[in-house]
Design a protein around this ligand. Structure first.
Ligand code: SF4
Length: 694
């Protein structure tokens, strides 16, 4: 007898939150999900889960879901519910009118790391083949674009090198700019398990994150650096390794490009890169840097895990390159227990990048200027493709303000809340003549939209996600799309209305096309995913069973390429007016801008963003724990309640960005990574003063 609320059957699917990509059983009673249970055979999680994933179904049926397409002439007009046909026809006609008036380059699209590989692939195909330009970008622009750039340049592939389980063979773990126990909890637990077994830990982070000291785990070294000085720290670690002869010369001679190695070695050996010379810059004691460098280089298998604390800087790409340099120089790439491992924030960041969401790359990270690659896609798609890269998201905004980019199709991404320098974003959106938002909720971006197309949650989708260890897992539909159409069907209908025909019957056909066109996916099919459960790419003729470890015998690019990583201080400086540095991050129970987690049962645990501030800074300003404070930067101001905390270092404050009313991005700067334009969310000079309750 099945009691009220007890599940009757279950469907295996993949968590829609972080880049760990845990497998779950969505347990159903009738057509309703009543429980999410971690799946014991899940390749990434082996039956474990975190609190976010267990509650991940609540938002799918939240009363705020918009299930009817809507249109309006102007953003000041009221929304009008219409049929799918009318909404899609209206969007297509407005896009066409813009292109006729302002040219082919005047429209574009943004894909989402919350959508499946198949959906993302279709959006970039619509832009390249339907709009006829390369103006497609992804929300990965604002998180891990430096990873793509830095790892491709040095190692030859835009991905992490290891599977998660590899950490159980690590002897030394260097965590830099990541907070795995909050951001990637299931992997954070696995890492702690290895640390409890005796692996040594080095943490490089401006805050006392939980990993630094928790029951049975204590970092050997906490390199508590000042925000914005990652490159200086990595260079000083490299300096010690080079000048104290801790290099793995035999590995480098066999695996790496020796000319680039020689240049890098002589650069990092310069005295100006020594821990002593860099101490005033990083704020980290030279002895600690020397000890950490020795431990990483000589302690056995050394693994590096990093997150947005590395990438979201004006030198994000430089730090990624610096980390890869460290790993190559010490022989720590190409076997279990080592490697360079980006911890991806969203569940499908890896996948959205793999699928050609960047304006310069077709699926599989191949540059749009390569004639052979373009030829392959042109033949399959029956179009002529642009050979010049399109606009990145920040360039789309600038072009909108210049009057040359006036139509935008955004699927599953709230750019108005999540992108930096909010005023600039809002001005750009206001300047556009047609904004089409496809999402679950009327989010902040939808306030500037002319067409709203109901999106579907992961519970309403068939497709695949690719996690931070390149693991492709099935997402399975457990209920019908509330709006009546799956996301891929909406994109297909829009493309057809634009005049570029698409005729897929099922997401598996989209995956078959991806596999035909993408070398890393040549061996992937839904049938194989059913058989194996999940597959780590590359999966092709050379690796038919997939690839848990990359770069085993040689680097994907051939010889590993070292790069000189000159430290260039960020332009964002403190001053008497803005004497503190604000940095941002996540907490365990919330996910990104909170659109999903704020609408599930766990939201009461952290109902607001707080400003963490060191007791000395709080006392200097007369700020008590829990009091309201105004935070002012050169870009804007906001108000939060204070959390006085020893986790901070004096001079540095911290907040999360899970709630729209906190407006963390109102105060972040428009600085960005030199190579990829990833915003510098992690360094904003601010003043913090007490205010009365707003
Ligand atoms: Fe796993 Fe991440 Fe989902 Fe938590 S949020 S259950 S760690 S995928």
């Amino acid at each position: 007898v099945i009691e009220q609320g007890q599940p009757e059957h279950g469907i295996v699917t993949t968590c829609a939150y972080c880049g760990v990509g845990c497998a779950f059983v969505a347990e159903m009673k009738g057509s309703e999900v009543v429980r999410m249970t971690p799946y014991k055979d899940g390749g990434a999680n082996h039956g474990h889960s975190c609190v976010k994933g267990r509650f991940a179904f609540g938002y799918a049926t939240h009363k705020d879901r918009i299930t009817k397409p809507m249109i309006r002439e102007k953003i000041t007009d009221a929304w009008r519910e219409v049929s799918w046909e009318e909404a899609i026809g209206y969007a297509a006609s407005r896009f066409k009118a813009i292109q006729e008036k302002y040219g082919r380059q005047s429209v574009g699209g943004i894909t989402s790391s919350r959508c499946t590989n198949e959906e993302t692939y279709l959006v970039q195909k619509l832009v390249r083949a339907g709009f006829g330009n390369n103006n497609v970008d992804t929300c990965a622009r604002v998180c891990h674009s430096p990873t793509g750039y830095g790892l491709k340049r040095t190692l030859g592939e835009s991905s992490g090198t290891q599977n998660f389980d590899s950490v159980m063979k690590s002897d030394v773990i260097l965590v830099i700019g990541a907070n795995p126990t909050d951001g990637h909890p299931v992997f954070g637990s696995l890492m702690k398990k290895r640390l409890r077994q005796g692996a040594k830990l080095i943490v490089a982070d401006p805050r006392n994150i939980d990993l630094v000291k928790s029951p049975h785990v204590q970092a050997e070294y906490h390199l508590k650096l000042k925000p914005g000085t990652n490159v200086a720290l990595v260079n000083s670690l490299a300096h010690v390794i080079v000048t104290e002869g801790l290099l793995n010369e035999a590995y480098v001679a066999e695996r790496c490009d020796m000319e680039s190695y020689a240049k890098w070695k002589s650069f990092v050996a310069e005295e100006r890169n020594s821990p002593e010379a860099m101490e005033a810059v990083t704020g980290v004691a030279a002895d600690a840097v020397r000890g950490a460098a020795r431990l990483y280089a000589t302690g056995g298998n050394g693994a590096i895990y990093y997150g947005l604390g590395v990438t979201e800087h004006s030198q994000g790409s430089t730090t990624v390159i610096g980390i890869a340099n460290l790993a190559m120089a010490t022989g720590n790439v190409g076997r279990e227990g080592v490697g360079v491992n980006p911890l991806r924030g969203q569940n499908n960041v890896q996948g959205s990048c793999d699928m050609g969401s960047f304006p310069h790359e077709l699926p599989g990270y191949r540059h749009v200027s390569e004639p052979a690659t373009r030829g392959l896609f042109e033949k399959e798609w029956g179009v002529t493709l642009e050979s010049e890269p399109g606009l990145r998201i920040p360039n789309m905004f600038s072009a909108a303000l210049d009057g040359t980019f006036l139509g935008l199709y955004v699927e599953g991404e709230d750019i108005a809340q999540s992108d930096p320098d909010t005023q600039h974003v809002l001005s750009a959106l206001s300047a556009m003549e047609c904004v089409v938002v496809q999402d679950l909720f009327l989010n902040e971006t939808a306030k500037f939209a002319h067409v709203f197309l109901p999106g579907s949650s992961f519970l309403e989708k068939d497709g695949t996600f690719t996690n931070a260890e390149r693991r492709i897992s099935r997402v399975r539909k457990v209920m019908a799309p509330l709006g009546g159409k799956a996301d891929w069907e909406v994109t297909q209908a829009l493309s057809n209305a634009l005049g570029y025909p698409m005729n897929y019957k099922d997401p598996s056909e989209i995956m078959d096309e991806i596999a035909r066109l993408t070398p890393q996916f040549h061996g992937v099919s839904y049938a194989k995913l059913e058989e194996k459960g999940s597959i780590q790419w590359p999966c092709n003729d050379e690796a038919p069973e997939g690839t848990p470890l990359m770069h085993v015998d040689h680097f994907v690019r051939g010889k590993g390429l070292f790069q000189v990583t000159e430290y260039v201080p960020t332009e964002e400086r403190t001053s008497s007016k803005y004497p503190l540095i604000l940095t941002t991050g996540r907490i365990l129970s919330q996910y990104n801008v909170g659109a999903q987690t704020r609408r599930t049962a766990n939201t009461a645990w952290h109902p607001e963003d707080r400003l963490e501030i060191h007791p000395h800074d709080a006392e200097d300003r007369g700020i008590k724990d829990g009091a309201w404070v105004g935070i002012k930067s050169r870009s804007g101001e906001t108000v939060l309640r204070a959390l006085v905390s020893e986790r901070m270092q004096p001079g540095v404050v911290y907040t999360t960005f899970h709630h729209p009313f906190s407006g963390a991005n109102v105060i972040t700067t428009d600085n960005s990574d030199w190579a990829t334009n990833c915003p510098e969310y992690k360094v904003t000079a601010v003043q913090v003063l007490p205010v009365t309750q707003p």
